[in-house]
Every structure is written in C-alpha cells, then in structure tokens.
Design a protein around this ligand. Structure first.
Ligand code: 5GP
Ligand code: ZN
Length: 114
C-alpha cells in the first residue's frame, strides 16, 4: 500500500532494525521502545486492522503470533513472561493502520494497561 509506513519498512523504503524475516512475516524493533524488548511483528501483506481480517487470514495471524512467541523464547524472556498486543482503532491508540503485534518484555508489566 503506497502510503503505509509499515509497507515501506517491508519494501525497505524506510529503514528499520529488522529482527526476523521470511516470505510472509517481518519483525523489527519499535522506534520508540516501551520495554527492553519491544518488537513489532507484521504480515508482509497489507491488512489495515483486525477488523479487516477474513477467513483466509487465519494462517497469517497464527504465523504472526507464533513468531512473537519464538522471538520471546530466543530473547530469553518467555519463561519470565511477556506481553503481546494488537491495538485496534482510536480508543486503543492504533496509529499505524497495518496490523502489527507488539511484543513487549524484559520488565514486569502492570495490569490493567493505561
Ligand atoms: P500502534 O500505536 O499503532 O499500536 O503502534 C505503532 C508503533 O509503531 C508505535 O509503537 C511506534 O513507536 C512505532 N513506530 C512508528 N513509526 C515507526 C517507524 O518509523 N519505525 C519503527 N520501527 N517503529 C515505528
Ligand atoms: Zn501496509
């Protein structure tokens, strides 16, 4: 998608600190990290928000979630715990309309979130 920030990261028009890539999924460090580990895991195919998902997207959503879990394992934060978040639309604070799973860890988290 032409004016999507994360599509531009996927195509390397905008640089990012990439931590994982395969044919369908990209993961990169958040530019404004909220925890020692703050990675964004995205499908390479543009999907604006969870509200845009259809039946055919079940596989890619599973891949995104499982990739976040794998990165948490690699970083050694899985046993201690980590948080995964999809922000959706205004009230949740979604600012980039290309779905992305936040993987946050390396510190203890509070609940409820702000
Ligand atoms: P949202 O608020 O939509 O759930 O999350 C968007 C995230 O993208 C934010 O955590 C923000 O820091 C991150 N972000 C915004 N612009 C950039 C960028 O240019 N590069 C990277 N790596 N992250 C970005
Ligand atoms: Zn996009």
């Amino acid at each position: 998608m032409a004016d999507c920030l994360f599509c531009k990261i996927i195509t390397r028009e905008i640089p990012a600190s990439i931590v994982y890539e395969d044919d369908r999924v990209l993961a990169f460090n958040d530019i404004n990290p909220q925890a020692p580990t703050h990675v964004l895991v995205v499908p390479k195919r543009h999907i604006a928000s969870l509200g845009e998902l259809s039946d055919g997207d079940d596989q890619i959503v599973g891949e995104v979630v499982r990739r976040a879990a794998a990165i948490a394992e690699e970083r050694g934060i899985a046993a201690g715990g980590y948080r995964t978040v999809f922000n959706t639309n205004r009230d949740a604070g979604q600012t980039v309309f290309h779905i992305h799973l936040h993987l946050l860890g390396g510190r203890s988290m509070k609940w409820p979130p702000g």
